[in-house]
Write a protein of this length. Structure first.
Length: 510
RNA sequence: GGCCCUAUCGUCUAACGGUUAGGACAUUGCCUUCUCAAGGCAGUAAUCAGAGUUCGAUUCUCUGUAGGGUCACCA
């Protein structure tokens, strides 16, 4: 296989129809074609199959292009960049289809369909009532009218028999003669059907490998008949297994929550992660590795490793994988991504600039996708990184478990906090700079060293919980030391002071 | 219903006639621990069923079963 691939120039195409969004299944098809093409220094074409004017959604083409580019997939010819085989919109290639249709008419292999939709419908119904499959060729008109373009044009299947073919991913396939019928080449509106158009385009564009979804297996006999009628050589088929919905029951569709690819960008997923994940549904290079870069995928990709059976789209694992890719980012890259998801009311604060780096580091282990930053740590989000929190007495007082049997009143907690504050005041204020003549500076280590003796004395649960909540106001948050380091000495002391006062006031009130 | 495709832990998968059937996600337990994460360790968990071929079948063949696809003037 690989030998011939290297001799003949590989030409692949991705040919979506502009129906509004970029299905992840489609992205995978494009991805496999892309990996294969780029690995073999081939040529990839983007072609838009816009022959159904009814379904076309305006803006789709730009959307598709944007989505594919985001995923890191590029092409050598396409509607946006042109190329020697232009145009790349099927709606602009009508002359080609007409030309080949005429060839078939002249060969006596295509004929006009004179029936009305109602008549066709009744044939179908009759077949259904008789419990046999409907075949148009059983109703083929004796003397079809001359095709003037106002009626559909059908291919005449002269000798319906069993079809056999080879698929590079699936192996040998076959279908009975029932799968073959006189199908429509050109619709009455003058546009070709998919079945016809893609074959003409692939021929004219000299496509060598067709990467396609599983559902096209059933119509392959039709394509084969057309190649034969046209007396042309067919490209290789590479049929991919289906991607199922999370329940594993049905093909992944819009209703099962199949997202548009760009939704993942909105959620703050990394394109490399999506690509990695998608690549591994239906293909695996062997071995135990799972995290691959685009480059690695390209190097490893081979058609014979494509699976036959379908796979589920499991977004729990996608999240894990996305985190793995996020972890590979440098601090600067991570920060850049994260900042696009920072709520504006925080990013405009004057505490923001000095603390965002630290927040980045803190959040790094915790996020599976960047938008999660917005839902982090309870409802309050991450305000407490930038502004002093409000307190809840119950949370501040910590749980029984943390107290470990020790009595704790608001007054005694306030005292403990005061003691901590006293110790922390002794620390120099500077962060990140070496302090001459003293080991301590204001970083999480020194804060820890200052607090630890008190914690040992009064109970770790009480002291560390108390400080942490004094700094964050939250039941759940990063540890107090890193929080203290992040907000700096002045604010740490101020927040402890506030918590202390809060406790005392509460005490007086109650 | 006709035709077609597919079948390894719950999920993604490794294995290309010989393995204690491996890894990952998820899950469970433990460790770490001031909370939440993260991290570390450990555990539970699969060859759809039945025949054949073979010294030996997850792997090859057949049958059954289940799931999926497709039967448009959609792609």
């Amino acid at each position: 296989m690989d030998k011939t691939e290297n001799k003949v120039k590989i030409v692949t195409r991705f040919a979506p129809s502009p129906t509004g969004y970029m299905h992840v299944g489609g992205v995978r098809t494009a991805l496999y074609a892309w990996l294969f093409t780029r690995k073999h220094n081939g040529k990839m074409i983007l072609r838009i199959e816009d022959t159904d004017k009814e379904r076309e959604v305006p803006g789709s083409i730009t959307h598709i292009i944007e989505a594919l580019r985001w995923a890191g997939i590029d092409w050598d010819e396409g509607p946006d960049i042109g190329g020697p085989n232009a145009p790349y919109l099927q709606s602009e290639r009508l002359d080609s289809y007409k030309k080949y249709a005429q060839v078939l008419v002249e060969k006596g292999l295509a004929y006009a369909d004179p029936y009305s939709e109602e008549e066709l419908e009744s044939f179908r119904k009759q077949a259904e009532d008789d419990k046999r499959p409907f075949l148009y060729r059983n109703h083929r008109p004796e003397n079809p009218p001359i095709w003037d373009g106002s009626m559909p044009l059908r291919l005449k299947i002269v000798n319906p028999q069993k079809s056999k073919w080879h698929d590079l991913a699936r192996g040998d396939l076959e279908a009975g003669p029932e799968a073959l019928d006189d199908f429509i080449l050109i619709k009455s509106d003058g546009y070709p059907t998919y079945n016809f158009a893609h074959i003409i385009d692939d021929l004219e564009m000299e496509v060598t490998h067709i990467f396609r979804a599983d559902e096209f297996i059933s119509s392959t006999p039709k394509f084969l008949a057309l190649y034969e009628a046209l007396e042309i050589q067919r490209p290789e088929f590479v049929t991919l297994p289906p991607i199922m919905g999370p329940d594993g029951k049905k093909k992944l569709g819009k209703r099962d929550g199949a997202k548009d690819l760009l939704d993942y960008r909105i959620e703050g997923y990394l394109p490399e992660a999506i690509v990695n994940f998608l690549a591994l549904i239906g293909w695996h290079p062997g071995g135990n590795d799972e995290i691959f870069s685009m480059q690695e995928l390209k190097d490893l990709f081979t058609i014979d490793k494509i699976h036959k059976s379908g796979g589920n789209f499991n977004d729990v694992k996608l999240n894990w994988m996305n985190r793995e890719h996020m972890l590979k980012l440098s601090h600067e890259e991570y920060k850049k991504n994260l900042e696009t998801f920072m709520p504006e009311h925080l990013s405009t604060l004057d505490t923001y600039a000095s603390r965002i780096d630290s927040v980045c580091a803190i959040v790094r282990d915790r996020l599976e996708y960047f938008k999660q930053i917005q839902e982090m740590y309870d409802e309050g989000g991450l305000e407490y990184f930038f502004v002093a929190p409000l307190y809840d007495a119950d949370i501040l007082m910590c749980s029984e478990k943390m107290r470990k049997g020790k009595d704790l009143t608001r007054e005694s907690l306030a005292k403990i906090l005061a003691t901590c504050k006293l110790e922390l005041e002794k620390l120099p204020k500077e962060t990140g700079e070496f302090i001459e003549g003293g080991e301590v500076k204001w970083n999480k280590e020194s804060v820890k060293n200052a607090l630890w003796p008190i914690a040992e004395l009064e109970g770790r649960g009480i002291v560390l919980w108390g400080i942490r909540v004094a700094l964050s106001g939250k039941e759940k948050s990063p540890d107090p030391f890193i929080l203290a380091e992040t907000i700096g000495k002045d604010e740490t002391l101020a927040r402890i002071q506030r918590a202390e006062t809060f406790l005392k006031e509460k005490l007086v009130l109650s």
